[in-house]
Design a binder for this molecule. Structure first.
Ligand SMILES: [Zn+2]
Ligand SMILES: [Zn+2]
Length: 388
C-alpha cells in the first residue's frame, strides 16, 4: 500500500496549508492564529467535535468511525509552534514575522495531520474514534504536559498515542523508528560564578570569574569521560558564557554559564547533576570565588512501547518500503515524552531528505514528505481500528 490516492488529490491543499502556516509562524503558547486556522479546518472537514483551549492554545478534533462501539480511541499528535530565529531561505512563502521561523518543520507536521483529519472525516473506514491533537509549545514550553494536565487523555478516553517528526538527513520517502528509549531526557543548568572585579591591568587585585568559568567549562567535560560508564550515554554542553561587563579592560564581578545535560538513565542523570554542582562550587572556591548552581530537570526520556512501535513500523513499511526499524537513539529531546509517559504509543521519524538541519535559518521542510506523512496517519488509524 503506497501513498493513498486521496493524498495525491489533497496534495496541493496540504501544501497550501503548510505554506500559509510557514508565513505566519508563532512561538510557544502564542499559537493564536495557527490554532484558529486548525480549528476552522477541522470544522470544515466535519469532525464530530472540535475542542480548543487545552494547554492554553491546543486544539483537538474528534472523528468518529463508522461504528464507535469498539470503544477504541487513538490519539495522533502534531506540534504547531515555531522558533525565535530569522529565516534565510529566500522562499516565496518565507516567514512574514521578523525573527520568527518555522525552522523545525512543525508547519509540515500540522499540515500532514490536517490532511489525515480531512481524509478520515470523509472516509471513516475505521471502528472507534480518532483524536487529532494539535499542541503548542513543543520547543521548550512543555505544551504536551499542559494539554495532559488539562485532561487531554482522560476527557477523550485516549488509549494510545502516536507522534511524528521530520528528520533531515533521513532519505525522503522513508521512516525511522525504534522500540524503547528513543529521545533523551533534557535538563538545564545555570551556574553563576562570583569573583572580584577590577582593572584588567591589575589582575592581582581581582578574583577573575572568567578564568574560573573557563576552568569550570573544561572540568564539566570530565563528567562524561571520567564519572560515567563509557557504555552509557551523556552529553553536557555549556551554551552560554556571559560576563556582567562588555569591555576590553574590566575584569567582571560575575559570569553566568548556561547549558544542557542529556541522559537516558536516572542513575546517569543523578551522577551528572551531583558532579556538575560539585565541580562548579569547588573549582570556584579553589580560586577564592563562589558558585551558585540552579539545575532543572526538563523533558523526560521518550520511550516507545513495544506493541505500538511494531504496529507503527508495519504501517510505515506499508506506506514506504524504506523504513528503518532499529533507528539509533537520539540525544535530542521531545515533549511527546510526557504523552508516552501517560499512555502507550510510539513516535516515528519521517525523512526530510538532504536538507539543512532543523533549527537552522536555511532549513526547509520537504513538501514531498507531506502525502507520505498524511498517508501514514490515515493508514495507522485504519489498521489499528479495523472495521468489524
Ligand atoms: Zn525543534
Ligand atoms: Zn521539532
Amino acid at each position: 500500500m503506497p501513498i493513498k490516492n486521496k493524498f495525491g488529490e489533497l496534495f496541493e491543499n496540504i501544501k497550501g496549508w503548510r505554506h500559509h502556516l510557514h508565513e505566519t509562524p508563532e512561538l510557544l503558547y502564542d499559537t493564536i492564529k495557527t490554532s484558529a486556522f486548525v480549528e476552522k479546518k477541522l470544522k470544515e472537514f466535519g469532525c464530530d467535535k472540535v475542542i480548543t483551549g487545552l494547554g492554553r492554545t491546543g486544539v483537538v478534533g474528534i472523528i468518529h468511525g463508522k461504528k464507535i462501539s469498539s470503544g477504541k480511541v487513538i490519539g495522533l499528535r502534531a506540534d504547531m509552534d515555531a522558533l525565535p530565529l530569522q529565516e534565510k531561505t529566500n522562499l516565496d512563502y518565507a516567514s512574514k514575522v521578523p525573527g520568527v521561523m518555522h525552522a523545525c518543520g512543525h508547519d509540515g507536521h500540522t499540515a500532514m495531520l490536517l490532511g489525515a483529519a480531512n481524509y478520515l472525516a470523509e472516509t471513516r473506514n475505521f471502528n472507534g474514534k480518532v483524536a487529532v491533537i494539535f499542541q503548542p509549545a513543543e520547543e521548550g514550553g512543555g505544551g504536551a504536559k499542559e494539554m495532559i494536565d488539562d485532561g487531554l487523555m482522560d476527557q477523550f478516553e485516549i488509549q494510545e498515542v502516536y507522534g511524528m517528526h521530520n528528520m533531515p538527513g533521513l532519505e525522503l520517502g522513508s521512516f525511522a523508528i525504534k522500540e524503547g528509549d528513543f529521545f533523551a531526557a533534557a535538563d538545564t543548568f545555570r551556574i553563576k560564578i562570583k569573583g572580584k572585579g577590577g582593572h584588567a591591568a591589575k589582575p592581582q587585585e581581582t578574583i577573575d570569574p572568567v578564568l574560573v568559568g573557563s576552568n569550570v567549562v573544561m572540568a564539566l567535560q570530565s563528567i562524561s569521560s571520567r564519572n560515567i560508564d563509557p557504555i552509557k550515554n551523556v552529553v553536557v554542553s555549556v551554551c552560554t558564557f556571559k560576563s556582567d561587563t562588555d569591555s576590553f579592560n574590566v575584569i567582571p564581578e560575575t559570569i553566568t554559564l548556561k547549558g544542557t545535560v542529556r541522559t537516558f538513565e536516572k542513575e546517569v542523570q543523578k551522577t551528572t547533576k551531583k558532579n556538575l554542582i560539585r565541580l562548579s562550587k569547588l573549582i570556584a572556591e579553589s580560586y577564592g570565588g563562589s558558585a551558585e548552581v540552579e539545575y532543572t530537570e526538563g523533558y523526560p526520556v521518550m520511550k516507545n512501547s513495544a506493541k505500538e512501535t511494531n504496529l507503527a513500523a508495519k504501517v510505515a513499511k506499508a506506506v514506504s518500503g524504506r523504513t528503518v526499524v532499529n533507528a539509533h537513539k537520539i540525544m535530542g529531546a521531545e515533549d511527546f515524552s510526557f504523552m508516552l509517559n501517560s499512555r502507550k504509543g510510539a513516535y516515528i521519524l519521517i525523512g526530510n531528505g538532504n536538507s539543512a538541519g532543523v533549527h537552522n535559518p536555511t532549513y526547509v521542510f520537504n513538501d514531498e514528505a507531506l502525502p507520505l506523512g498524511a498517508s501514514f496517519w490515515a493508514e495507522l488509524a485504519e489498521t489499528r481500528m479495523q472495521e468489524n
